[in-house]
Design a protein around this ligand. Structure first.
Ligand code: PEP
Ligand code: CO
Length: 436
């Protein structure tokens, strides 16, 4: 057994075993064929023919679990996808950090809250975020609760994306009131109006729009960090069609910056499943490590199997990313490259709020696109933390949120997220980068 980083200190191993056994008897959340479809969609990303939009909460919450919250997050992702598709003319592969993103890696295993040292919050599938000692004790029954919340979330996502809500003729309706009245909301409205016009034009030309599935439905996939290995193993099943193993907790799984050790247990687990995989790549990553990761996770060089998610920080991307792009390019490995402009740009304000500057997020994206341009490789996608709500967690953007405002609507269970307006603003900026 290889060393597994970031596993919670479960107080009762017997109870954990009992719970995992129970989970291993529950139905899979996704089917192997869907995971294969995502691999082939990401294959188009790896080959420069499509763009990946991976987005959602830093940590999904047991407390904030409602149809409205799921719908509003989906709306923002659909809106961003419209802006990207329309603005840059490339197909967008849509993957949520949703329906399973419940476990968090931590830099430190304790934190000081109000002068008291507490075990850190590790995500709602492990413990509770309330600031007292008992709440922080890992509780295996939370794994079952996470499974059920994932199932309900996925059910609603499937209903929304296949049942008419994601129909392109509904593009106006995705624009929430507080967004529609803003500058970026109006820009979005213009696109939605032009799409309406294009649809009417096609109809007038005699095209039977009712028969064009792709106008009425969206392929939407789920993903999360495969952190709690017992949970992921309990949901790993053998596909009856191919005989291969798939982790049926989500379509795509990724290794985090703290769990991507090439000889570690997480990478060993991921190497053994056939789902499309992600691997976060931080600024200290060496070309040798990246190549070893490619070799370990995608030895057969299948396009779409592996997405490398660079999260360097705005100040380091220009120097840290190019050697990695060149090494992968020259090795002949085929990967999709995505930019996570969030996790290298987090800092804590004097007032104690964890935040990120919109300008740093944009700065890292520019550095990412620029590095790809120079290397002659395809800047394949973005990986962002966002919410459909009108939160005040990240600084800047059109609404220009300032430090003194952060406390007003700061509701994230972990890292600061872009709000709906900042997310749409960002989509327009990315579309511009893609066009240039
Ligand atoms: C995350 O994606 O929430 C995360 C913790 O990222 P990273 O592993 O890149 O730090
Ligand atoms: Co995060």
């Amino acid at each position: 057994m290889r060393p597994a980083a970031q596993q919670p200190p479960w107080p009762d191993e017997d109870e954990l075993e009992r719970v995992l056994k129970q989970i291993s008897t529950l139905p899979p959340l996704v089917f192997a064929g869907e995971a294969r479809s995502l691999t082939s969609a990401l294959g188009a990303v790896a080959e420069g023919r499509a763009f990946l939009l991976q987005a959602g909460d830093c940590a999904e919450s047991f407390a904030e679990f409602s149809a409205d919250a799921i719908r509003d997050k989906l709306k923002i992702i659909l809106q961003m996808a419209v802006v990207l598709t329309y603005g840059a003319g490339v197909p967008v592969v849509k993957v949520g950090r949703m329906a399973g993103q419940f476990a968090k890696p931590r830099t430190s295993s304790t934190e000081i809250v109000g002068g008291v040292e507490l075990d850190t919050f590790r995500g709602h599938m492990v413990n509770d975020d309330a600031p007292y000692a008992e709440a922080r004790v890992p509780d295996p029954t939370r794994l079952v609760a996470a499974y059920h919340q994932s199932a309900s979330t996925l059910n609603l996502l499937r209903a929304f994306t296949k049942g008419g809500f994601a129909d392109l003729s509904q593009a106006h309706i995705w624009n929430q009131q507080f967004v529609a009245s803003s500058e970026e909301g109006r820009r979005y409205e213009q696109i939605a109006t032009e799409i309406d016009r294009a649809l009417r034009f096609m109809e007038a030309c005699g095209i039977d729009l009712a028969r064009e599935q792709s106008l009425h439905q969206v392929d939407f996939y789920t993903s999360h960090e495969a952190l709690i290995l017992g949970y992921e193993e309990a949901l790993t099943r053998r596909d009856s069609l191919t005989g291969d193993f798939y982790d049926c907790s989500a379509h795509m799984l990724w290794a985090g910056e703290r769990s991507r050790q090439v000889d570690g247990a997480h990478v060993e687990f991921l190497a053994g499943i056939r789902n499309p995989l992600g691997c976060k790549i931080g600024p200290s990553t060496t070309p040798e490590e990246v190549l070893a990761t490619c070799e370990r996770l995608n030895p057969d060089r299948v396009p779409g199997r592996l997405t490398l998610i660079a999260r360097m920080g705005a100040g380091r991307v220009s120097e840290a990313l190019p050697p990695l792009l060149e090494a992968v390019r020259d090795s002949g490995h085929i990967v999709a490259w995505a930019c996570d402009p969030m996790h290298g740009n987090t800092f804590v304000t004097n007032g104690g709020h964890k935040t990120r500057r919109f300008d740093d997020i944009l700065g890292e994206l520019r550095g990412f696109f620029d590095a790809h341009h120079r290397a002659g490789t395809w800047p394949g996608g973005v990986h962002v933390e966002l919410t459909g709500d009108d939160v005040t967690e990240c600084l800047g953007g059109f609404g220009d949120i300032v430090e003194d405002q952060l406390h007003e609507r700061y509701t994230t269970a972990c890292d600061p997220r872009l709000n709906a307006r900042q997310s749409i603003d960002l989509a327009f900026r990315i579309a511009e980068l893609l066009r240039d």
